[in-house]
Design a protein around this ligand. Structure first.
Ligand SMILES: Cc1ncc(COP(=O)(O)O)c(C=O)c1O
Length: 392
């Protein structure tokens, strides 16, 4: 594949109201920090997306918008071609964002006294979505052995067998540990979920971002029972860097679950998409595959660069294998520092805005997460800053 996009190009995002770039100093309490935190990319989107947006903007009228048949066909085709998942258009429900969907689902599909299971260390809004609605949080921490994360199925079964656990939020691929769950793991999960009658909400926002020989299987494809017993959250936002356009697709094969979900969407009046989001997402799904393939090659090289740099220069820091997502998960536990010392060091000494591991759950203490979806030179600067901080 001949690269046609230049991902090395630095595009100044300062003063564009970018949370990652314009809020970092304020949030982390630093000065000119190198921002490698929030999960969006510092790359321009596919040309076809910019073109579709320009055309839509030129039209000059931005009234209430529906999800056209063209849009739904583009989503359907993407799922079929990228994930070999044949979906019906009517399964595709709207949400402005995946986090909104998680909150709607916890609120609408569980009742007071129910418990919801998550697998820390995990994306912080998972716990918040449970606690926001005063449901009880149950955790099935991932096991970490010789640098590899996996699911503790014995503990998972023990937790799911509690009749009060009625819902589980699965992160697939997993942010922040970078695992792409295998079909075998997902099947084992679905057997337990079906046995104990637990609804699985699978957050698959990172599903297009997988590397090497890893293969993402949408949870609903692992068995008929899994399809009937799950809600799959997807979005073009991570894949094509469209997070600010607020559009995601919640795919629900089971008609009765879908009706319930749509009732919640209507209750909060969230059913109408953003006009520009629809234009961008349709173009991305229709024409973005080539851009994405090039982008994945670039991100993988970034991951290899960081991993090798640490191995050769700062061997007490190690990146766990990146199977999916563009988020590196760096194990600093060998330093033996407490979480606040690590945070102060990374911010104040190294000048880096990074997501601290403990914010993903207590199991993440001693780790940090680094965003790899940026020009390599930014990562090279970051590694130099880290090295200098250790050696000064
Ligand atoms: C696992 C996961 N889910 C959801 C989101 C955010 O989704 P949205 O912006 O659609 O709410 C992120 C962003 O990093 C994420 O990593």
């Amino acid at each position: 594949m001949e690269p046609t996009y230049n991902f090395d190009r630095i595009i100044d995002r300062k003063e564009t109201a970018s949370i990652k770039w314009d809020e970092a100093d304020h949030i982390f309490g630093g000065d000119h920090l190198t921002p490698l935190w929030v999960a969006d990319m510092d790359f321009r989107v596919p040309d076809e997306v910019t073109q579709a947006l320009s055309e839509r903007v030129r039209h000059g009228i931005y009234g209430y918008t529906s999800r056209s048949d063209r849009y739904l066909s583009a989503v359907q085709k993407w799922m079929a071609e990228r994930h070999q998942w044949m979906i019906e258009k009517e399964w595709i429900c709207h949400s402005p964002g995946v986090v909104t969907a998680l909150n709607l689902i916890v609120n609408g599909f569980t009742k007071a006294g129910d418990k919801v299971l998550i697998q820390p260390p995990v994306y912080p809004p998972f716990a918040k979505a449970v606690l926001n609605h005063h449901r009880e949080l149950v955790t099935n921490p991932l096991t970490y052995d010789h640098g590899i994360y996996s699911i503790d199925f014995a503990d998972l079964e023990a937790k799911l067998s509690d009749p009060k656990v009625t819902l589980m939020l699965l992160c697939s691929p997993h942010n922040p540990v970078g695992r792409v769950w295998s079909i075998k793991e997902l099947k084992a999960l679905s057997t337990l979920a079906v046995n104990y009658n637990v609804l699985i909400v699978s957050d698959e926002i990172h599903s297009d971002l997988v590397f090497n020989d890893c293969h993402h299987a949408p949870y609903a494809t692992v068995s008929e029972e899994a399809a009937a017993h799950s809600i799959i959250c997807t979005a073009p936002s991570k894949t094509f860097n469209l997070a600010g356009l607020q559009i995601s697709n919640v795919i629900i094969p089971n008609q009765s679950l879908r009706r319930n979900y749509l009732k919640e969407v209507r209750r909060f009046s969230l059913g109408e998409p953003n006009t520009l989001g629809i234009a961008a997402a349709e173009a991305a799904y229709r024409y973005g595959a080539n851009w994405l393939d090039q982008c994945l090659v670039y991100i993988k090289k970034n991951a290899d660069y960081v991993s090798e740099f640490l191995e050769h220069n700062l061997p007490k820091l190690r990146m766990t294998p990146l199977e999916g997502t563009y988020l590196g998960w760096i194990d600093c536990t060998e330093l033996g520092w407490d979480k606040m010392k690590l945070q102060r060091f990374l911010t104040n000494e190294a000048g880096l805005a990074l997501n601290q591991g403990y914010t993903f759950g207590a199991e993440g203490a001693g780790f940090f997460r680094i965003n790899l979806a940026c020009p390599r030179s930014l990562l090279q600067d970051a590694m130099r800053q880290l090295y200098a901080a250790f050696h000064e």
